[in-house]
Ligand binder design. Structure first.
Ligand SMILES: Nc1nc2c(ncn2[C@@H]2O[C@H](COP(=O)(O)OP(=O)(O)OP(=O)(O)O)[C@@H](O)[C@H]2O)c(=O)[nH]1
Ligand SMILES: [Mg+2]
Length: 322
């Protein structure tokens, strides 16, 4: 497989060619871009067997990164690490696989949550807990969130994200509009109740406020396939829960297949907000400490060596068809 050129190199090319910038400014931007290129975002993804961890990873970051289970045996036995260009994923089993396995999994999740990076910061930027929306009994998932994850999050509650997957089969497939890939009002009501009861169960046990969302990671099964639903809502939430200075690197690893992102609840322009968030973050990271903010990365239409067009076009080109 040919490795895709890194977006920071493309931005660097544009900057180098810009004759209005001094060498000092260029050097600073180059340093910033090099730093950005090396930035890692570490995400821990966990949840019960079969909730859709692998499917979600593949939908967010491109297919076949993680093996999707077909049988009943748990595919994820211990924490698995997937290194993309800048995003590092840790795929961990949740609870519910028996007492011994549960203890082992809880222990390794707790260790991960406390692990520090070489700079002494907490390694894990974000914990995504996935619940299986089609399951009646989410007891072990609440145990995972309330007793394992939240007590070990430290100060930074923002590190936790809870998302309810398999929205399409939450009512055994009833009230899912297959043609338009969206829930009908009866199912929406059911899912909203699930969201509310989830946040209530967490609040009562831990006094922590979380705002879960529901989505579907979609599936491929032989020649049957269904696109995700609300994946863009999930992606925006992931970005918003990531430290501002790190958000830009999602540009590199995000799934470039626009089909993944098109179906959602339309309550917000999620795709537009993702683009804006990414663009703002690239701008902010690249121009830090160099006196160019307004010049190169200023309002669209201001022509400074074609920089805006080239970079802006690159970012929006990521999501062709949006
Ligand atoms: N209908 C539907 N099926 C889904 C969805 N997400 C995942 N699945 C299916 O659920 C099954 C399990 O999905 P995986 O992604 O392997 O789940 P996992 O959490 O990685 O499972 P383990 O690694 O075994 O713990 C597969 O058959 C998926 O195709 C969804 O949103 N809707
Ligand atoms: Mg898996």
């Amino acid at each position: 497989m040919i490795k895709e050129e890194h977006f920071t190199d493309k931005v660097a090319d544009v900057i180098q060619l810009d004759e209005t910038l001094s060498d000092i400014v260029k050097a600073q931007v180059m340093r910033n871009l090099a730093k950005l290129k090396g930035t890692k975002v570490n995400i821990l993804i966990t949840g019960a067997t079969g909730c859709g961890k692998s499917s979600t990873i593949n939908a967010l970051f491109g297919s076949d990164k993680a093996k999707v289970g077909q049988g009943v045996a748990p595919e994820t036995m211990d924490i698995k690490k997937f290194e993309l260009s800048n995003i590092v994923l840790y795929d961990s089993p949740g609870l519910g696989d028996g007492k011994e396995a549960d203890l082992r999994h809880a222990k390794s999740i707790i260790e991960k949550l406390h692990e520090k990076d070489p700079q002494g910061n907490l390694l894990i930027d974000l914990v995504l807990v996935i619940l299986d929306g089609s399951s009646r009994d989410l007891g072990t998932s609440f145990q995972l969130i309330n007793e394992v994850i939240i007590p070990n999050l430290g100060e930074d509650n923002k590190r936790l994200l809870v998302a309810i997957n398999q929205a399409d089969i939450a009512m055994k497939g009833r009230y899912w509009n297959d043609n338009e890939n969206r829930p009908e009002p009866e199912l929406i009501k059911f899912l909203e109740e699930k969201v509310n009861s989830t946040s209530k169960r967490i609040k009562e046990a831990t006094d922590i406020d979380v705002e879960p969302i529901y989505y579907s990671a979609g599936y491929k099964n032989g020649n049957q396939a269904q696109n995700p639903y609300n994946l863009s809502k999930l992606m925006l939430l992931i970005l918003q829960h990531t430290k501002e200075e790190k958000r830009a690197v999602f540009v590199q690893d995000i799934n470039k297949d626009s089909n993944m992102w098109k179906d959602d609840d339309r309550l917000k322009d999620y795709r537009g907000e993702i683009q804006k968030t990414l663009w703002d973050s690239v701008k902010e990271s690249a121009s830090q400490g160099a006196d160019i903010g307004g010049a190169i990365f200023g309002a669209p239409g201001r022509v400074i060596g074609g920089a805006i067009g080239a970079i802006g076009g690159f970012i929006s080109g990521l999501f062709s068809g949006w």
